[in-house]
Design a protein around this ligand. Structure first.
Ligand code: TRP
Length: 337
């Protein structure tokens, strides 16, 4: 019996490789939290459907996402790592939550407003509108205490709390009210070619984005051609020296030395030395993760088994919560006497 708090987080299978930003900004922190939590991680494939997807590509991305999380340190013997669509209760609880969510309330979600305005009101689907209630279902099915997410997801976790409280006060205590755990801002990684913007897979110039599954030589090349700043001093200053500051953040994250220690270590040395060291540090961490992920994907039998076992474990918990919810709201159980 575990007494650790329950953690739940999800990641969309929206790219064929994670990048340094996802790695430092989320994955490393999740990996560390496994030790203090009863952790459940979910590849949220149903969420990915809220924007158009190409079927064969989506299927591949779901596997690739799971493989990278495993080889980067999400241990499937210690944590549960499963695919959302393998546990039907997610879609089922989401439906119930839709019925207690206000139209206006959902309309105020800033991510929906952003995405809908980018797609045009007619292109945005009902699924996109209901994205936050599906996310609430993910969290609430598992009696989750802590939800580690980026700042941009905080509003969705707040909505989840509101829905849990609303359900409990209408139908009696059923759902655990979760807390958001906001991932470290200091771990934010910027685009190597455009260090004013956050690193993103959708950047127009892919040379600024270092992917976990890039070949090591490609990774080194991208880092060595990172945009730096005029001057030659290696110093952390986001305003004046965004490029150098970003490299220092990356090196600090990969090598374990603080930015201040690095500043001292690079006194009197130039950007060339810094870039070489960043490239070496990133390659030495990513290379083994990459080769193990590619090996898992080469023959996905083992990966599929891990995901199926995890979905079995998750399904038992989720079904219990869903049954309690259905009972509270007055649905008839399917029984034969
Ligand atoms: N919406 C989250 C994101 O884009 C992904 C997600 C889906 C999630 N369900 C979740 C995160 C449940 C935490 C908990 O990052």
């Amino acid at each position: 019996m575990t007494t650790q708090p329950r953690l739940f987080s999800g990641m969309q299978p929206s790219a064929s490789s994670l990048h340094i930003g996802n790695y430092i900004g989320a994955l490393v922190q999740w990996r560390d939290m496994q030790k203090t939590h009863d952790a459940i991680f979910c590849v949220v494939d149903l969420h990915a459907l809220t924007v158009p997807q190409e079927p064969e590509r989506l299927r591949e991305q779901i596997r690739r996402t799971a493989a990278q999380y495993i080889t980067a340190g999400i241990d499937p013997t210690e944590s549960t790592l499963f695919v959302q669509s393998h546990v039907p209760a997610h879609a089922e609880l989401a439906w119930v939550l839709n019925t207690i969510t206000g139209f206006g309330e959902a309309s105020r979600m800033t991510q929906f407003k952003d995405k809908a305005s980018r797609q045009g009101a007619d292109a945005a689907s009902l699924g996109l509108f209901a994205y936050p209630t599906l996310m609430a279902a993910d969290i609430l099915l598992y009696g989750t205490n802590h939800v580690p997410v980026g700042d941009d997801q905080k509003q969705h976790v707040e909505l989840t709390r509101d829905l849990a409280n609303r359900f409990n006060s209408r139908f009696g205590d059923t759902l655990v009210v979760p807390e958001p755990v906001i991932l470290k801002e200091g771990a934010r990684i910027y685009d190597l070619q455009n260090p004013e913007v956050k690193m993103s897979k959708s950047a127009a110039n892919q040379n600024g984005v270092v992917f976990l599954l890039d070949e090591p030589s490609r990774t080194a090349k991208k880092i060595k051609s990172a945009v730096t700043d005029t001057g030659r001093e290696v110093r952390f200053d986001r305003g004046e020296k965004p490029g150098v500051s970003n490299l220092l953040t990356i090196l600090s994250s990969f090598g374990g030395q603080s930015v201040a220690e690095l500043e001292t270590a690079y006194e009197g040395r130039g950007y060339g030395d810094l870039k070489k060291d960043v490239a070496d540090a990133v390659v030495s961490v990513f290379e083994p993760i990459r080769s193990r992920a590619l090996a898992l994907l080469e023959d996905p039998t083992e990966l599929d088994r891990i995901l199926a076992d995890s979905a079995d474990r998750a399904g038992v918990i989720a079904e219990t919560t869903l049954a309690a919810v259905y009972d509270r709201i007055g649905l008839l159980p399917r029984t034969r006497r």
